[in-house]
Design a protein around this ligand. Structure first.
Ligand SMILES: Cc1cc2nc3c(=O)[nH]c(=O)nc-3n(C[C@H](O)[C@H](O)[C@H](O)COP(=O)(O)OP(=O)(O)OC[C@H]3O[C@@H](n4cnc5c(N)ncnc54)[C@H](O)[C@@H]3O)c2cc1C
Length: 480
């Protein structure tokens, strides 16, 4: 096994949108000079960030009725950062897209909920409009008419906008991050494709990372490998109180019946977003409906070798059983889980899915739906055994000793830069590196300015960076 040549300041495992965003940020905005990336496949973004494996939505928080205002504003900031990056790129038209978007309320209760949401959210979202039936019809005619071409009888209200960036090709974005990082002058960046990290050890403050054939050394390590991040963290003795519950999402294609993204109001008893209809940025002339939410014993969709990996991170015990039982006890969740199993069974699945999808487009027919084969990834949801609950959103294990492990279910695509910024600050602090705050603020408006402080020379330093980093390293050495 060779280790000599592969020594890095920072080693990133996984070149999905999370790992590649971190590569870009650290290459472009820090003085960390020597960065390596290890990726299992032959190119970036072949797993959940692949364009066909997610809904391609740039989540801003306003129409996602499962988000509170606090969560929505956090996502809005992340989306703004991402849009700033994309709009600065020469190939921006292949990265980010404008489509109308709305969340549709059907019936009195949902319409009331949306009116109230508009009252609370509109001061923070200047482009958000409260749409009545006529305004909905002007944007999405298929939503307001029945199969017979008549007007739908139920009360309808929507929240939405027509002039915003709403979709991202996260696969193209990952490739763009890698390309941009490689173009930064004075940096040594190695990309090791077709290498799978099998094992990580710590020796003398260094991480020894082993793939099948090669050994790598690094002073700092960030693992962005989806559900496999948890496996590698546990391999090193971290995150042992987590279990991973992989939730796969499937989609159905129909002829193009929508012009933009149409979400539905979330049942607040359910842990996953309700299905929605979206354009697919790479499949013109179709509308894609989904995702479903099926619990599958795999860490990677359609890769049955990952069954073994799932068993390693599931860590089934009484506490996991308790969390699952608590979920299963709620009738809405139980029925939803069952329905999602049936969504995978040929013939039945189309009939059941049609019922749900008609809430968005009532005129859709059985023959309009086709199951989207090999489309849809897996959300690695974590179960916290200590708190005895299912965690929604992204999870991070920061060891505080130069290693970070990221697990990124939705909206992990949208928050890739925000999340990478957190990691960049932590790693810069650990490695005693400098962040170019000024460039960061200028190029990616929306970044966390709270961490930026100016020193007396007028140069912008990261507050968590030099002095605290040095102190932490000194304390570690003294302890050691
Ligand atoms: C059905 C579905 C719909 C979604 N919709 C949206 C959406 O609309 N908007 C949004 O913002 N987010 C969405 N998401 C979430 C989003 O797709 C993910 O959060 C995001 O793609 C995660 O990126 P990642 O880089 O963390 O993981 P991944 O893209 O999964 O990348 C992980 C990488 O690590 C590599 N890897 C794994 N193990 C190893 C190893 N041992 N050694 C080396 N490399 C390894 C893999 O090959 C892979 O390239 C959705 C997710 C799903 C499943």
């Amino acid at each position: 096994m060779s280790t000599g040549t592969h020594q890095y300041d920072l080693l990133i495992v996984g070149a999905g949108v999370s790992g590649s965003a971190l590569l870009y940020l650290t290459a472009r905005f820090t003085d960390i000079g020597n960065i390596g990336v290890i990726e299992k496949y032959a190119a970036p973004a072949r797993v959940n960030s692949l364009s066909s494996n997610n809904s391609q939505t740039l989540h801003c928080g306003d129409i996602e009725t499962n988000y509170t205002l606090e969560k929505a504003l956090k996502v809005q900031r992340a989306a703004r950062m991402l849009a700033s990056y994309c709009l600065n790129q020469p190939d921006r038209d292949h990265l980010i897209y404008r489509y109308p978007k709305m969340v549709l309320g059907v019936g009195q209760q949902e319409c009331e909920l949306l009116r109230e949401r508009f009252r609370v959210f509109s001061p923070h979202y200047p482009k958000l409009q409260l749409l009545d039936r006529k305004a909905i019809a002007a944007i999405e005619p298929a939503v307001v008419t029945t199969a017979g071409g008549k007007m739908r009888e139920q009360e309808l209200v929507a929240l939405g906008s027509t002039d915003e960036y709403t979709a991202v090709n996260f696969e193209a974005l990952s490739r763009s991050f890698v390309r941009q990082a490689q173009q930064v002058e004075g940096k040594h960046i190695d990309l090791h494709y077709n290498e799978t990290v099998k094992h990580i050890r710590i020796e003398d403050d260094r991480f020894l990372v082993e793939t099948g054939s090669t050994g790598y050394q690094a002073r700092a390590l960030v693992v962005c490998a989806g559900g496999h991040s948890l496996m590698l963290a546990q391999n090193l003795g971290y995150g042992l109180h987590y279990s991973c519950l992989p939730v796969a999402g499937s989609y159905y294609f129909t002829p193009q019946v929508l012009n933009g993204k149409v979400y539905t109001v979330q049942n607040d008893k359910l842990p996953f977003a309700a299905i929605h209809g979206d354009p697919d940025v790479l499949v013109p002339g179709k509308t894609r409906f989904g995702p479903t939410a099926l619990i599958l014993p795999l860490l990677e969709r359609y890769n049955y070798h990952t069954l073994r990996d799932f068993l390693r991170v599931f860590r089934f015990d009484r506490r996991v059983a308790r969390v699952l039982w608590d979920l299963f006890r709620v009738p809405d969740i139980r029925n939803y889980m069952l329905k999602n199993v049936l969504f995978e069974i040929p013939f039945i699945r189309k009939i059941l899915f049609l019922r749900d999808v008609r809430k968005i487009v009532p005129s859709l027919r059985y023959r309009d739906l086709s199951f989207a084969r090999k489309v849809g990834g897996i959300r690695p949801q974590l179960i916290d055994k200590k708190q005895r609950r299912l965690l929604m959103g992204e999870a991070k294990i920061d060891t505080g000793r130069g290693a970070i492990f990221n697990m990124t279910p939705s909206p992990g695509g949208t928050s890739c830069l925000e999340n990478a910024e957190i990691d960049m600050r932590a790693i810069a602090g650990y490695l005693d590196a400098v962040i170019d705050e000024k460039a960061l603020r200028e190029e990616l408006p929306g970044v966390d300015t709270e961490h930026g402080v100016e020193d007396f020379t007028g140069r912008l330093l990261d507050a968590a960076s030099r002095p605290i980093g040095r102190l932490k390293r000194l304390l570690r050495k003294l302890k050691g």
